[in-house]
Design a protein around this ligand. Structure first.
Ligand code: PAP
Length: 349
């Protein structure tokens, strides 16, 4: 498999498409993309061609098991964090979070939890049956395009949603960092316009969120809906909700605070694991100087060449204001209010 010339990972690139994908996309509606050269509309949703190939392989090959746990997000909505939290949660007996050699201290969460359509694109023969049980995986695939066995089995889905302005801004900076040359000529006004027209990876954003939102209301044993904002505000309580949903049973206060600490944004940036007495203040008090111990997330690379630090920027709620002008923010707000009207889901302005 060829590697991309820029830091853009293969699964966002345009290389290595099979003839089947080329034949399919030749008949699909297309749109010039921003981080990627083209996006294609498949089953009503917009995809990059590589991830579309991964999605189709996944639809064909993936066989869900009742014990599977699938984490679903829109890109830049808390994927890395959720992967780490749920990994730490379900492996907490095998890997006590207080141990100094926890896998998360030396491995980026993306390497501990496979990304379904990314893996099916990059390594179509990857053997998911070899994962240890319960299998933990993640995806950005819209509900309606999930493999049939995900829907028909009793596997569990944890969906994490983020305020669209923060998510958009996070992706904007991700693209700028990964591919400064490719993205230089694309104005943010145009990217907001495309977002508001629904042209966004896996999007329209509102369809992606709403279909999982309604599924969580209709079938709360199958789909749990959480938000990045509640994870920030009440990490411990949200982990408990996830634990209950997954049937992990009661987890003690100590375990909750250990997981919160281990998976905090500051911890990933290198604060590492600290003693009990420091746990409550760690999120606020970590300084950049001390954020050096987790080398794997500062200097590491994923097998596809992407730098792991690309997944860690600010980790803020409401940080969009430093990137979006008032008028662009207003444009997103108006679109989102209209699309989510009557759903019961409200995003802060
Ligand atoms: P992905 O969908 O491409 O895997 P994802 O992990 O969802 O990316 O998005 C990265 C965002 O999560 C970044 O947000 P920002 O750009 O607004 O800063 C990143 O900083 C944030 N993030 C990563 N890890 C954590 C964490 N442990 N706690 C809070 N936020 C985090």
């Amino acid at each position: 498999m060829s590697s991309s010339p820029s830091a853009v990972p293969d699964y966002l690139g345009d290389e290595d498409l099979t003839q089947e994908t080329r034949d399919l996309i030749s008949s699909l509606p297309r749109e010039k993309g921003w981080l990627v050269s083209q996006m294609y509309q498949f089953q009503g949703r917009w995809h990059t061609q590589a991830l579309l190939q991964g999605l189709m392989e996944c639809q064909k090959r993936f066989e869900a098991k009742d014990s599977d746990i699938i984490l679903v997000t829109n890109p830049k909505s808390g994927t890395t964090w959720l992967k780490a939290l749920v990994f730490a949660l379900i492996t907490r007996h095998k890997f006590p979070v207080s141990s100094g050699d926890h896998p998360l201290l030396v491995t980026n969460p993306h390497l501990l939890v496979p990304f379904l359509e990314g893996v099916y694109y990059e390594s179509p023969d990857f053997d998911f049956s070899k994962l240890s049980f319960p299998r933990l995986m993640n995806t950005h695939i819209p509900l309606l395009s999930l493999p049939e066995t995900v829907k028909s089995s009793s596997c569990k889905i944890v969906y994490c949603c983020r305020n669209p302005k923060d998510m958009f801004v996070s992706l904007w900076h991700f693209g700028k960092k990964l591919a400064p040359e490719e993205t230089a000529d694309y104005p943010i006004e145009k990217a907001v316009e495309a977002f508001c027209q629904g042209k966004f990876i896996g999007g329209p954003f509102w369809d992606h969120v709403l279909e999982y939102w309604y599924a969580s209301l209709e079938n709360p044993n199958k789909v749990l809906f959480v938000t990045y904002e509640e994870l920030k505000k009440q990490t411990g309580d949200t982990i408990k909700r996830i634990a209950e949903f997954l049937g992990c049973g009661f987890i003690g206060e100590e375990e909750v605070s250990g997981i919160v600490k281990l998976c905090s944004f500051e911890s990933f940036l290198g604060c590492g694991f600290v003693g009990e007495e420091e746990e409550r203040g760690i999120v606020k008090l970590c300084s950049f100087e001390s954020l050096s111990s987790l080398e794997v997330n500062r200097e590491g690379k994923l097998p596809n060449g992407m730098e792991t630090k690309a997944f860690f920027r600010k980790g803020d709620v409401g940080g969009w204001g430093d990137t979006l002008s008032e008028s662009l923010a207003e444009k997103i707000d108006r679109t989102i209010e209209e699309k989510f009207q009557g759903s019961g889901l409200i995003f802060s302005r």
